[in-house]
Design a protein around this ligand. Structure first.
Ligand code: SAM
Ligand code: ZN
Length: 266
């Protein structure tokens, strides 16, 4: 899988500690091992994407193994389709899922995230992969070069996914279901509003192969309660009182509930 220059679109070639395009645009591989391909014009804010605190909370929570059933479901589905070749994880965060799926299936892994903190954290731990700071809206990867795109609790951009995938390639999309982390929500919100949520959206240019429900309960204690909270979008939405109630919660048994949608590129 070749990378493309985010400025002129031409192929990038690796030369020692950087990636170079024929037009002379150059992108350094950071000391931590990731490549920054996010141009200023596509940044939209100074530090886009997840913050360092969110990234580190997610790292500590996922390392606790609470969401291992999600990684196992991804691996199981990838095996049942006999997938191999190039895996591209969009909104990869700190790299937990991409590293595990890649290793289990022996696939070449590229993780992409708009958060520099996320890819820095991923590159620090998982050396056997390529980590890109870039936007999913303009994936700096040549067309029809990827076998599997994963988007896990992250954004889905059908046109770009279609462009980078080989014909017949797959998208694995994991979306939170309506009842995901209901226990946490009951603590932090005074009233729970149930908005209709489409967990099985159609993806233009793709055929939906299957949708699986992944549902399991788990118990977190102490700092892991805080980690779970701070890796969710709720951390930006709750009232002060809600955040304080969470702060005082020492143990939480909750249910993770999500949907794994498998799409095949037409
Ligand atoms: C909820 S987190 C999920 C992280 C990871 N997939 C996981 O499940 O552990 C969503 C991720 O998407 C990233 N993100 C947000 N907007 C993005 C964009 N336009 N392009 C690429 N990544 C983006 C965030 O920085 C964050 O790491
Ligand atoms: Zn260029």
């Amino acid at each position: 899988m070749m990378l493309c220059c985010p400025i002129c679109g031409k192929q990038l070639n690796r030369a020692a500690g950087s990636f170079l395009c024929p037009q002379g645009h150059s992108f350094d591989v950071a000391r931590q091992g990731y490549v920054n391909l996010l141009t200023v014009s596509r940044k939209h804010s100074l530090h886009p994407g997840d913050t360092r605190v969110q990234v580190l909370s997610r790292r500590e929570f996922l390392e606790g193994g609470y969401y291992a059933p999600i990684a196992e479901a991804l691996i199981h589905e990838a095996r049942s389709l006999s997938l191999s070749g190039e895996l591209l994880d969009i909104g990869c965060g700190e790299g937990y899922y991409a590293a595990r799926v890649g290793q289990a299936l022996n696939m070449a892994v590229t993780g992409l995230d708009i958060s520099k903190e996320a890819v820095r954290c991923a590159a620090g731990k998982y050396k056997n992969a390529l980590w890109l700071c870039a936007t999913a809206a303009h994936i700096p990867v040549e067309s029809e070069s990827v076998d599997l795109v994963t988007s896990l609790f992250a954004l889905t951009l059908p046109e770009e996914f279609h462009r980078v995938l080989k014909p017949g390639g797959y998208v694995f999309q994991v979306l939170a279901a309506q009842d995901h982390l209901l226990g946490l929500k009951k603590i932090i919100y005074d009233h729970l509003e149930f908005k209709e949520k489409d967990s099985i959206p159609a993806l233009p240019g793709f055929q939906r192969v299957k949708s699986l429900s992944i549902r399991f309960s788990f118990t977190v204690e102490g700092q892991q309660v805080r980690n779970l909270f701070s890796m969710t979008p709720h951390v930006f939405r709750v009232s002060r009182a809600g955040a304080e109630r969470l702060e005082q919660t020492e143990i939480l048994t909750d249910t993770a509930s999500c949907v794994l949608n498998v799409f095949r590129r037409l």
